[in-house]
Design a protein around this ligand. Sequence first.
Ligand code: 5GP
Length: 194
Amino acid sequence: MVSSPQDLRPIVVSGPSGVGKGTLIQKLFDTHPATFGFTVSHTTRKPRPGEVEGVAYFFVSPSEFSSLCSQGALVEHAYFSGNYYGTSKQTIDDQARKGLVVVLDIEMQGVKQMKANPSIEARYVFIKPPSFEALEARLRARGTENEEDLRKRLTQAQFELDYAESQGSFDKIIVNDSIETAYEELEMFVFGRA
Ligand code: 5GP
């Protein structure tokens, strides 16, 4: 049986780097393959080992990114930890046209831009670490960043956590202490049961 949320608005998942957003989103897709569609962002970041073009991201040069921006092709975009990231209208339309509920994985600046845009209606979820120390430990264990990038991401994480705490920033805040519990909460929210 194909399960479908009653609320079909796009779901924006945000949270500091290393908090486990990607894992939770992947679990949502694996559990409900015919329900949700992921927006593939554009980024100027270099691919990590195993990241596939057009699946993880569309990897572009800074000048390609800047032309997408000036053409108005991006719904939102941000400069994060030395690289640009953005969501194209095209990737949202591609998923919506398939009848899928669109899921975005974006950072705080993008969330703010989307919320400020009166033509966008979405639901906003923030994934929070159990503590700042736990986030740092996770990010280090992931081993995908050098020390400088890791420090930048942790500095940014504090701003993201502060923003999430401010009134009305997110419809739902989920603490990712145990992945199973956090996933259950995400699923309940997505399907309108929380
Ligand atoms: P990473 O380099 O670890 O893949 O992503 C860094 C951060 O950029 C993450 O917090 C992720 O959510 C965010 N991000 C990924 N794609 C986009 C996007 O299209 N727009 C914005 N604003 N943030 C994004």
